[in-house]
Design a binder for this molecule. Sequence first.
Ligand SMILES: Nc1ncnc2c1ncn2[C@@H]1O[C@H](COP(=O)(O)OP(=O)(O)OP(=O)(O)O)[C@@H](O)[C@H]1O
Ligand SMILES: [Mg+2]
Length: 244
Amino acid sequence: MLEVHTLSKRFGGLHAVRDVTLSVPKGQIVALIGPNGAGKTTTFAMIAGFIRPDSGTITFEGHDITGLRPDRIAEAGMVRTFQITQPFAGLTVAENIRVGAFLRTPSPRDATANARAIGTTLGLAPFLDRPAASLTVAGRKRLEVARALATSPRLLLLDEVMAGLNPAEIHDIVAMIRTIRDSGVTILLIEHIMQAVAALADDVYVLAQGSLIAQGPPRAIADHPAVIEAYLGRGAAAKLAAHA
Ligand SMILES: Nc1ncnc2c1ncn2[C@@H]1O[C@H](COP(=O)(O)OP(=O)(O)OP(=O)(O)O)[C@@H](O)[C@H]1O
Ligand SMILES: [Mg+2]
């Protein structure tokens, strides 16, 4: 459904993303993991059209979308969430979600109805008429997903929607993401919380210092020496193996 081929981006002297190639099959949940600063969000920003890649191609449902604007890509059926949530604080939760719904309908009535339905599905029913600013961190993360879902994507890019949540909230968001997948939306997610990745992902790509260092199902990835080293430092895999 999504094919990313040798995508690269430099910021001055920094090679933030280097020759990243990945594939997201329809109906799956694919995870992109890696240490802080690995280039995960930059990869998302290029896929969703917010940053123009220096080189490489992005193909969505058979169409080359490389270099298209974010609104065009959203229209085509792919949308991202933001790692740092920035709701319109002065608007209600429902009004925030409605902004996304207008991509598919010019009718304020329909947009409102869609927004309220999506908010309700995502557990925001009690908060729909409250200011977005009144939400907890977990509520803001749900709102961020709801705003994206309101554009009726077929592929949803989730950037760390569990960061800052407690274990009970993470459990609930994992269930929410499964529900979204089961409704027919394919998902590519960036996540640091490995339990969530293990619970959700069909396939995992590992990025470190801009380059892919491993790919595979969650169980294989967790034992991969290059992945352990990327997270814990050089020599860590050998030390762990010696103690096993
Ligand atoms: N607009 C920018 N200008 C210059 N450097 C940038 C820019 N955006 C990101 N970077 C740098 O590129 C590298 C990759 O950043 P990116 O945000 O993609 O990492 P990440 O994997 O999402 O990290 P995190 O897990 O902390 O969110 C970092 O070194 C970052 O400082
Ligand atoms: Mg990031």
